[in-house]
Structure formats: C-alpha cells, structure tokens
Design a binder for this molecule. Sequence first.
Ligand SMILES: [Zn+2]
Length: 176
Amino acid sequence: MKNLNRYVLLPIMLLCVTMTYAQHDHSSHGGSHTTHVEQPPNGGVIKEAGKYKIEMVANMFLKKDQLRFYLFKGNFRAILNEGITGTITIKSNDKKTSTQSLQAKGNDFFVAQLQNSGSFQATVKFIIKGKTVSTVFIQNGIGHHSSASYTCSMHPEVKSDTFGTCPKCGMNLEKQ
Ligand SMILES: [Zn+2]
C-alpha cells in the first residue's frame, strides 16, 4: 500500500505544482504593462462590470439560441461559477421583456436561453460574494439563420436564402 501511495500521489502532486505555476504565469502576464489588445477568451463580447469583466458568447457554434456568460477578474483570470448566482433580463426587438436565472454550467460559465435569434438587449446581473455586478449587452441577432442572399435581377423584391428560380418569371436567382 505504501508503494502504491508513492506512485499515485507523486504524479498528482507534480501536476498540482505544475498547474499552480501555470496560473501564476498567467496572472503575471495579465498584469504586465504591455499595451496588447485584450481578446475575449471565448470569442464573445466583453463588458466591464465594476472590477470584473463579463463575456457574452452568442454564436452559431452553441446550442440553438443559447447565450453563455463568463466572468473574469480585471486581468482576465477566470472566476469559477461555484457560489455565484445570476439573472438575465432580455428585452427583444418586439419589446417583450423576460427575466430568467442564469444556469451555472461546467465550472466557469453560465447559460441562458433566448426565445429567438433576433436582436435583443440583455441586462446581466451576478451576485458575487454578496455584491451585485451588472452590465448590459446589445446583440444584433445571432446568425443561426442565414439572411436572404439570392434575388431575381428583374424582381428585386424576391429574396431567398437558397439558390432557385424566381416565382414570378422563372429566371435563375442571382447571388447578391
Ligand atoms: Zn423574376
């Protein structure tokens, strides 16, 4: 049993040490004085919220009409979602407003479900250690549905998102 402990524990300890170093490395990098442009870590949109940053990811690679939110400290160090609650109030372009709880997923993000993929304004609120952190995102559609890109050269009011023929004159539609 002693031998087993040595073989199991040593690699785990080494891994912990390596991870601690990696995190240190990351934070010192974020605090450096270089004037690099900060890239959203998950390809979303970043908003400042007090001393925190909130990233909203809304794109076609996620489940249909899903929004993801990531929380960061000022230097882009991820904050784990454990113990944090949040709500989102979505005002869609048809003026409807709805509020839902943000669901904690994985260990560092939250999800919300949209009713449709149109434009919206989202007020996101997190409660972190008893303090409310809030910001507003504005999104102009998500792009699950490709916009109409084919039309008839004789009938510009005819629009289709797939290649085909004009229902009025039968001509082949042209790409816009
Ligand atoms: Zn036509």
